[in-house]
Design a protein around this ligand. Structure first.
Ligand code: HEM
Length: 393
């Protein structure tokens, strides 16, 4: 595939770009204090577990993408955080808020069958029992015609082929660009403009002692992922006319045809999420939203997930949606959607996941285990943390 050919230095990405899967489980875990080395050891076990389950039905095409949150990175490694890795930045608009919620590890599990997803999620839970808590777990499904629960086809404008690779894949050249992005004009991370919250959130971006342009590795083959769990007020949404619903998105409901530019409302989802680089090229992300719900609790939702090599692209879209562009012109779909969670995770290459310390050493960043040994206080003998399971509740 295009994706696999794109690795000049041989770092394989995780299976981020896969065909749309009918089923997915989103599992967000927090790692209990003292279990950092257990969590780090587990990173290299995930590929094996995925093979174990996946081989039982190869046509189900099971895949698992693992993301690491900023706090856990600092607790597991002494190496600087990859630039762009920081806690999810809360967006507090006048009317709607995108909260930032806890999460150390994200597992994005996809397959053609939910039983395959469930079996892998179960094995991950078993393996980490006593070391982690489940912060959030959503079982998502693909709805009719790739529609979200609001009834609109979701995913149409995702970039494809090389465009998807370019949007998602971090390339060695990104290192040079990063130093510009973090301080460049108009960047969502321009702390002077973005205010103290954002400045505080990104201050730790590249870890202690790291400055823009310091040559810290761009972690080629990696990417970033942002997730949010939304629930919808379906009775309010259903009370709108189809025309009003279409105006909220900027697309026709039945045919999925995009409105002409002059017919799109400034507060429509499409206008606020169509953003460009200074050179006029589109800034793109790759989304793989899923529907979830429960009749009993009346919960109807969209699990939003987006991958991007440059995480400021997704962050800018979120700012446009919640704060508004211009300020106050927020996304109309938020009047019917509530963001309950928000997380940002670094998605390292598969090579990194298989051997984090080896990859960090190769990048000249020493052995990443020092931080966890310090925190655990249990690894001084170099043995693995066998009593991880001792305090199973
Ligand atoms: C487009 C649904 C949240 C970014 C769309 C479309 C739908 C949709 C139906 C039009 C078809 C398509 O191109 O996929 C939703 C729902 C959401 C949600 C139900 C949650 C309640 C978000 C968030 C972001 C986002 C949080 C970004 C942070 C985009 C982008 C497009 C898009 C970039 C394509 C715009 C274009 O180029 O035309 N979304 N979305 N969406 N959405 Fe969302």
């Amino acid at each position: 595939t295009v994706w696999q050919q794109a690795f000049p230095d041989g770092k394989s990405p995780q299976r981020v770009l896969v065909p749309p899967s009918p089923s997915a489980i989103f599992l967000v875990l927090t790692v209990r204090p003292g279990f950092e080395s257990r969590a780090k050891d587990f990173l290299s076990e995930i590929a094996g577990l995925t093979r174990t389950v996946g081989f039982r039905s190869r046509e189900a095409d099971l895949s698992c993408v693992t993301g690491i949150g900023a706090d856990l990175w600092d607790r597991m490694f002494t190496a600087p955080r990859p630039r762009g890795l920081h806690p999810f930045i809360e967006q507090r608009g006048d009317v709607h808020t995108a909260p930032s919620t806890p999460g150390d590890l994200l597992f994005h599990i996809r397959a053609r069958r939910i039983d395959m997803c469930f079996e892998l999620a179960r094995l991950i839970g078993d393996a980490l029992q006593g070391a982690v808590d489940v912060a959030d777990e959503v079982h998502g499904f693909r709805y009719f015609d790739e529609r979200d629960i609001l009834g609109f086809v979701d995913g149409t404008e995702n970039p494809e082929d090389q465009g998807a690779v370019d949007a998602v894949l971090r390339h060695p050249d990104d290192v040079a660009e990063d130093s510009v992005l973090d301080s460049g004009p108009g960047s969502v991370l321009d702390s002077a403009e973005a205010g103290p919250d954002v400045a505080a959130a990104v201050a730790g971006d590249s870890g202690p002692g790291s400055v823009p342009g310091d040559g810290s590795p761009g972690y080629p083959g990696s990417t970033f992922v942002i997730v949010q769990k939304y629930t919808h007020d379906m009775s309010a949404w259903d009370a709108l006319s189809v025309e009003e619903q279409e105006a909220a998105f900027g697309r026709h409901k039945l045919s999925d045809v995009e409105f002409a530019e002059e017919d799109k409302a400034p507060n429509s989802h499409l206008v606020l999420n169509s953003i460009e680089h200074e050179d006029g090229n589109d800034r793109e992300i790759v989304r793989d939203n899923m529907v979830f719900g429960s009749v009993g609790s009346g919960e109807y939702g969209t699990y939003f997930i987006a991958y991007a090599a440059d995480v400021t692209t997704t962050e800018q879209m979120l700012e446009n949606m919640f704060i508004g562009d211009p300020v106050g012109t927020y996304d109309r779909i938020l009047d019917f959607s509530t963001a309950l969670t928000g997380g940002l995770f670094f998605v390292p290459s598969q090579d990194f996941l298989d051997d984090p310390d080896g990859e960090l050493a190769e990048a000249g960043l020493g052995i990443g285990g020092a931080a966890s040994a310090k925190v655990d206080g249990s690894d001084s003998d170099g043995e693995s943390d066998d009593d991880s399971f001792a305090d199973v509740p």
